[in-house]
Write a protein that binds this ligand. Sequence first.
Ligand code: AHR
Length: 515
Amino acid sequence: MKTKSLKGIMLLTAMLVSFFSLAQNRLIVNADQGDIKINKHIYGHFAEHLGRSIYGGIWVGPDSDIPNEDGYRKDVMQALINLEIPNLRWPGGCFADEYHWTDGIGNPADRPKMVNTHWGGVTEDNSFGTHEFMNFAKKIGTEPYITGNVGSGSVEEMSKWIEYINFDGVSPMAELRKRNGQDEPWGIKYWGVGNESWGCGGNMTPEYYANEYRRYATYARNYGGNKLYKIAGGANNWDYNWTEVLMKNIPLWMMDGLSLHYYTIAGSWENKKSATDFDKETYLETLRKAAFIDDLIKRHGTIMDKYDPEKRIGMIIDEWGTWFEVEPGTNPGFLYQQNTMRDAHVAAISLNIFNKNADRVHMANLAQTVNVLQAVILTNETDMILTPTYHVFDLYKPHKDATLISHDLKSEEVSFGKEKMEALNISTSKSADGTVNISIANINPDKKIDLDVVLRGIDAKTVTAEYITAPAINSHNTFENKEVVKKAAFKDFKLNKENLKISVPANAVLMVRVK
Ligand code: AHR
């Protein structure tokens, strides 16, 4: 009898194994395997003094006719509150290395003006400065991340800025802050020491920057119980030498994070293509390039591992996203582009990859929040739209601070012209309450995919899901039609004990939650 039931179990297992290996698309989720936390800061954002990102996008000033609260656009503020963004990087970007913070404090009418040479050569009136940024961060419930000026600033200037923001005692900078209306120090944690120092941040060699970092970081003081998390300006794309030199020459105790920037383009930097008008081959080319961030993380990560095998130093991908041709008729220096389902897939793939590498990637910042590059929000004078990328960040909320769990995916491919990729792109995590989160992108624009999921290590009882989808790869929201792409409940799945069948719609991003 015993032998008979053992044989039965073996037969059933063999049948299951062969059934699932026959299935063209199958996912095994190991809900009981994983101990790495997905840092919520991977879902961070970035707002630079660039185009209509700050001015017109976030800040309209208290006297504006546009509905505002203390000068901040109400619609944008509410959308960012709803998105629960964990951190916001400011004031740049390239702008950070020509920004002098003392120009942005005190009575706005008395603040000196400057030329924003990087972005359109427009006059910057400094009406949005330290107080306006820190108060905005507080209003939307996010952690501020400031990048200090190394390129055209001084050690003293950066050091005093930190004292101004963080010191709780009697000092010239603390007194100045109080005179400007802020009694309590804000207690900022995340601090970047320069931006793209290999380029717009000073055209430095890695050896030179490493020395500069040591000097600037020495005087970036901790005040009271507040310990700064200092981020060194990292490499661009595949400049592995930059990472090697910095890891070798900066004592590890002097830094907490090392940044990496990577933008996804279609075509070349000299000939970037349209954000909305592209064919299927270009679509797949873009997604393949987005997925390349996985290779970059591995290769820069391997160098970091050599010096920091415990992975204490975070890889901080503080600029990522798509960079296309600006919308026709807009200022080329303002980097204003539309945002389609293609951007949604870039976001889904990138975030899935960051999750997968959560042992090393401790923070990431999408470029940029409002009206610039792969924005989550686009505004005009009076109105606002949420982009497909916004909805992906919204769908992915459960991954924040969840435990990364392992999975095994078998996916069919999709190909157009010379481009080919796996159609499904997935990330799996487990929330503190035991709920398993499965984010799925089906990048095939033409085919619904039946996915067989085996749920290991969880006694699955209920499934809920939400998704976005749209008829075309370039579907997007406009001010005339704001809900072409919007989040909706998803029901096309069937749970049978540990087996879950999901009919993943074409051109869709889903978040499936199993409890
Ligand atoms: O995000 C736009 C620009 O891209 C940033 O200012 C710069 O850091 C990067 O080159």
